[in-house]
Design a protein around this ligand. Structure first.
Ligand code: CUA
Length: 162
């Protein structure tokens, strides 16, 4: 009698544990689905997704560069790729506030302007946003700081502030 009762208890316990295990797995998978990797880039605002394969011919990334949106305020649409950036060269008026919107056509790249707080991770399929005001005239170097392949060290562009 006793043995039978214990068996029943253990069987119930075993089934209960199996359910707990499955629920934990399910919740874990669900949480991962809600938060795909690549969260740690320094983008601000809502996550917007783009198709890296068609981004070049899709607005707003079919027209790269500055777009005036206010008094010395601009949107800058840029594209990172192995191994460079579009547009090739960008001129920014002195004192301009620029809202960068940048994405990648292929792999993860970086977008860093040494000497400023501009430092972004550029992820294919996502738009990274960052705002910077250019208060000093001169030529700024933009560097890729994420290893992206054989010519990673060569990947750069320039922003001319004048
Ligand atoms: Cu692009 Cu390193």
């Amino acid at each position: 009698m006793h043995l039978h009762r214990y068996e029943k208890i253990w069987l119930t316990f075993g089934i209960a544990m199996l359910f707990v295990f499955l629920i934990v797995l399910g919740v874990g998978a669900f949480a991962q689905g809600m938060q795909p990797p690549g969260q740690q880039h320094s983008g601000h605002g809502a996550r917007v997704t783009v198709n890296p394969e068609t981004v070049e011919s899709t607005a707003p990334f079919n027209q790269l560069g500055l777009r005036k949106i206010g008094e010395n305020e601009y949107d800058a649409y840029m594209l990172a790729f192995a191994f460079g950036y579009g547009p090739e060269k960008m001129e920014v008026p002195l004192g301009a506030t620029v809202h960068f919107h940048i994405t990648s056509k292929d792999v993860v790249h970086g977008f860093q302007i040494p000497g400023t707080n501009v430092n972004m991770m550029v992820v294919p399929g996502e738009i990274t946003n960052l705002t910077h005001t250019f208060t000093k005239a001169g030529e700024l170097l933009v560097l890729c700081n994420e290893y992206c392949g054989v010519a990673h060290e060569m990947m750069h562009t320039r922003i001319i502030v004048k």
